[in-house]
Design a protein around this ligand. Structure first.
Ligand code: UDP
Length: 336
């Protein structure tokens, strides 16, 4: 697609971790981009200069209608939401509000303004405790926590909406997103993060004393949880390709897993962190965390068949090295 043909994209949650990488991927590929973010967990420094920023709520219909007109928006990439599985167990209504109710309002605003394409951040958490070693998109959804349900409900709304209105959508079901922009332009900046690789690199840099290993009695080779870790820049690239696919075939909607199709245990991740940093991060064996599955690995066949997606950073050590590089830059930015 020539740059002139590329329509304008609104990124919700563009100041957040994955959203800010999508903004970079879109900009690098020549797409006009705007961001809406309420800055509850995002950061202005994550958004590159020159990108129009609307501070506000994704459920604010008047604001959205204005943005869609001002920006001539033709596609929404929807990242805004809450993402911490254990928190969704203790505060489910927060998750149904932020991830489901507000997504409904956003979808309605998009339909109301005639925005024809919608890309949604979904999650492998919709699969729950799959019986299969690698999950395909046809594996029946069976979430085991409110986070997974809140995202699955939004997938359902999008499917029904695409059947009824002139909109197609792509739901990308992310496995475990980690790493950071290879040029360290953005990265995972959340304070009090709960995700394993972020926590482990914080520990390696002395920002934490140790890493808790949550659960050592899972039905996995070493007893710790196994996940399919995907580099955030590969994931962002998949969004841009998915958008092109939606534009090329406006009557087709897509639901695709985003992972590499291989898993690492918590202990394997911590070994890799030690290897990359040349340090030994202290591990403390703890009980299981609420809402966790033993193993979640994608079968990436569908995305590989559907999109010309060639992951560039499918290496655990590279993911960790980029996460570490960003963590150091973050310390500088914060004057630590
Ligand atoms: N985990 C852990 N210690 C931590 C954070 C996570 O042992 O401090 C484990 C967690 O139980 C799971 C895996 O690491 O098996 C990935 O968890 P994370 O929170 O990164 O992502 P999730 O899979 O919950 O989305």
């Amino acid at each position: 697609m020539t740059d002139a043909a590329k329509p304008s994209v609104l990124v919700t949650g563009g100041a957040g971790y994955i959203g800010s990488h999508a903004v970079l991927a879109l900009r690098d590929a020549g797409w006009p981009v705007a961001v809406i973010d309420n800055f509850s967990t995002g950061f202005r420094f994550a958004i590159p200069d020159g990108v129009p920023i609307y501070e506000g709520d994704i459920a604010d219909r008047e604001l959205l209608a204005r943005i869609f007109t001002e920006q001539n928006t033709r596609a929404v990439m929807h990242f805004a939401g809450s993402i911490v599985v254990p928190e969704s167990v203790s505060d489910p209504l927060k998750y149904y509000n932020n991830n489901t109710v507000k997504s409904r309002a956003l979808i309605e605003a998009a339909v109301g303004s005639g925005v024809p394409h919608f890309i949604f951040s979904s999650t492998a958490a919709i699969y729950g405790m799959p019986e299969v070693a690698a999950v395909t998109e046809d594996t029946p959804p069976a979430p085991i926590n409110p986070y997974g349900w809140s995202k699955l409900m939004t997938e359902q709304m999008l499917g029904d909406t695409a059947n009824a209105h002139a909109m197609n959508f792509c739901a990308l079901r992310y496995f475990n997103v980690a790493g950071a922009d290879p040029q360290a332009r953005t990265g995972q900046s959340t304070e009090g993060a709960t995700h394993l690789i972020k926590i482990a690199v914080e520990a390696a840099l002395g920002k934490r004393t140790h890493v808790n290993v949550f659960g050592t009695d899972y039905d996995t080779p070493d007893g710790t949880g196994v996940r399919d870790y995907i580099h955030v820049s590969d994931l962002a690239a998949a969004h841009v390709l998915a958008l092109e696919a939606l534009i090329e075939q406006p009557k087709r909607s897509l639901t695709m897993n985003c992972g590499y199709g291989r898993g690492f245990s918590v202990l394997e991740v911590l070994d890799a962190v030690d290897r990359v940093t040349n340090l030994t991060v202290e591990r403390r064996m703890e009980g299981r965390r609420a809402g966790d599955s033993d193993s979640l690995i994608s079968d990436p066949s569908r995305i590989r068949k559907t999109l010309p997606w060639e992951p560039k950073h499918a290496d655990l050590d590279v993911i960790i090295a980029h996460a570490l590089q960003w963590e150091r830059k973050l310390s500088d930015l914060r004057g630590e």
